[in-house]
Ligand binder design. Sequence first.
Ligand code: GTP
Ligand code: MG
Length: 251
Amino acid sequence: MHYSELEARMRAGECFHDLRLDPGAWAIVRVDGRNFSRYTERRYGKPFDERFSALMAGTARALLEELGGRYAYTESDEVSVVLAPAFAMFGRGLQKLVSISAAVAASAFTHEAGEPVQFDSRVWLGAGVDDVIDYLSWRQADAARCALNGWSYWTLRGTGQSQREAARALERTGVAAKNELLSHHGVDFNGLPAWQRRGVGLWWENHEHPGHDPIRGVDVVTRRRRVRVERELPMKDDYRRLLARLLTERT
Ligand SMILES: Nc1nc2c(ncn2[C@@H]2O[C@H](COP(=O)(O)OP(=O)(O)OP(=O)(O)O)[C@@H](O)[C@H]2O)c(=O)[nH]1
Ligand SMILES: [Mg+2]
C-alpha cells in the first residue's frame, strides 16, 4: 500500500476532526477541576478559601488571554470563557478548543499551585447575546446555590454533626430555612464576601499608561488593554445589564 493511501485511510479514522463551532454562533468553553472535592479536601479552607479562589481567578485570566475571550467567569472549581462569533482560533475546530482549553487551565493552575491538577472541558453554543446572558446568569445562580449549601453544610459540621447527619438535615431544608439556620449560628449570608455568593468576572478594559518617548524627549500617554478582575459582581438584572454592555461594546 502506498503511503498516501495509508495516510488517507488513517486520517479518515480521525472522524471528529471536522467538528467546528457553527459560523456566527457565540460559544462558551467551560473547564471544571477534576476530582477537586478530593483535591481541595485537606488543602483549602471550607467552604471557601481565598487562596483557592485566587488560583481559579488566575486560571480564568490565563484562559481569557490565551483564547482571546470576551468575558470569563469563575465560581467554585469551574471557569466559563465567552468566545464572540468572530472567534477564529484553531479554524473553530472543537477538539482543539476543548483539549487546549483544558491544557491551558491545568498548566496555569498547576504552575501557581506547585502540584499537578487536571480539568475537563466542554463547549456550549448560543445563537445570540441573550442566550449568553442566560447562560452566565445560570452559572451565577449556581454559585449562589452552592454558597448557601456549602455554608449551611459546614456550619452544621461545625456544631459536631457527622457528614451524613449534615447532608440529611439539609436535604429537607429550603432556601429560606437555610438562611435562618445560618443566621441562627451567627452567619449573615448576605454579608458574606460577594465573590463567594456571586462568583468572579474578568474582562478586558482600556487604561491610559503614562510613559516617556526618549527619541522625541516628551511624555506620552498610551492606551493599553488589561484584564480587569471583578470580585464584586452585581447580581440578577444588574448583572445582566453589565453583561449586555460587555458583550456588545466594541473594544
Ligand atoms: N475547600 C474548598 N473546596 C472548594 C472550594 N471551591 C470549590 N471547592 C471544591 O470543589 C468541588 C467542585 O465540585 P465538583 O466539580 O462538582 O466535583 P469534583 O470533585 O471536582 O468532581 P468532577 O468535577 O466530576 O471531577 C466542591 O465540591 C468543593 O469541594 C473552596 O474555596 N474551598
Ligand atoms: Mg470539578
